[in-house]
Design a protein around this ligand. Sequence first.
Ligand code: GLN
Length: 536
Amino acid sequence: MAKRPTKFIFVTGGVLSGLGKGITAASIGNLLKARKLKVNIQKCDPYLNVDAGTLNPREHGECFVTKDGAETDLDLGHYERFLDEELSSSSSLMSGRVLLKVIQDERAGKYEGDDVQIIPHLTGAIQDYIINAGKGYDVHIVEIGGTVGDYESLSFVEAIRELGMRVGQENCIYVHVVYLPFLGASQEIKTKPAQNSVRELRSLGVTPDILVGRSERQANENVKRKLSLFSGVEPSAIALLPNAPSIYEVPLTLEDTKIADVICKKLGVKASKPKLKDWRDVVKRATSKHKKKITVGVVAKYMDNTDTYMSVFEALQSAAWWSDADIKIRWIEAEGLEKKKDISKIINGVDGILVPGGFGTRGLEGKIKAAQYALQKKVPYLGLCLGLQMGVIAAARLNGLTKASSTELDSKTPDPVIDTMADQRGKENTGGTMRLGDYPCNIDKQSLTAKLYKANKITERHRHRYECNNNYRDLYESWGIKAVGTSPDGRLVEIIEGLNHPFFVASQFHPEFRSRPNRPHPMFKGFIESCKRANG
Ligand code: GLN
């Protein structure tokens, strides 16, 4: 029997950015997976960076890490959470990566004397990446970053136009997500910017098959009719998507518009009846009031953009929902703790402290202080990557090594309890050179962490350059901490726990990347449970 071809869904955005195009793409994926289709999803970003590892997290948000160690855009986090799939590096494509490939191929003589051009060479290379990522799947969803008409994303739009011819128009559809502004003066939703955006897309040779109209409030059928008339997209292929109280509601709202059935029909795929029970459970938990209310202090460096800690935030929230608790996150500026003699006034009232990952020196002393506070006052503590490193320093300093530090913070410290990994020296400012992605870890059977995981062999995702210095490991128990998780060869510390502490758990890896709204991560669940107990 001939293999069925992969079907492609291209998602573009119009009018303005920040429309929730990523959530829309992820929600379409969710609905197709619920119909038993094998779905992959990919983000194409117009940045000239080769990957997201070198992007500023303040401006761009969290750097999400895949199991195979790709440093990607935070949208991949949404994709993984909405699809409940582990994606790979092929799900993230930045302009820089394709350009680098084309130029390297040119230098290697692969073009055999051709003039190397944007069309067809760059657009062809983009298509190759997309086709490869889609191999073996029923449906491959491709989100194009930016807004249609941006100079920057032109080659991606051209590539998906050409791809339609390459794989056959019957094997792909174009979904355009547009914004429908509400005009207060006339109390109506306007469609003109959306009409213009469709025209813009058409002028680039792409005819949308589906429109998703995003608006702040619910738009009515009249809006749909008008949009249909001016865009040429039939009303049944237009989904109106008002703001939702929780992003997790979006798949269900979309399901109600019946757009997923229209998509399946247009693509000619055989889909089963959607199974959305699990997802309805997630939404119910995400949107209902819970018995308890807990407050978690997140000691962070970037305060003005919570996108920077997106997966941590989502992991905390889902763990709380599943523990029947409402969670309030108090962002505590790490730098603000540094000069304070007594930080209890700032930290007072939180049921638990979380120190997330981070790079650079700013705020590190504040994070160490927060970890010391947690150790001394027996406040539940969850440390993620940098949060483990600060936890070790805190324990060392409380137990006599007052100048203990990490060489990331103080290269001349007499007690480098955290130091660069041998193979990482000299690469501090280079992209893609850290210890990245999945690594196995063995956990002490007796430890709290093993009980939380209900396992003693795990695999988790990493992104770090520094590690626990083995010269100090013998002292850990005298500092009141224990390395309960290590790499299988025992060389690298992966997890520490506080001794005689209700919950002091920190990992060198990032458990937040593997947490799911329908399956919160065990470390987060354990942390939230201990916060609930601390709350009384
Ligand atoms: N900066 C630290 C390191 O490189 C921690 C990294 C992180 O928290 N992801 O090891």
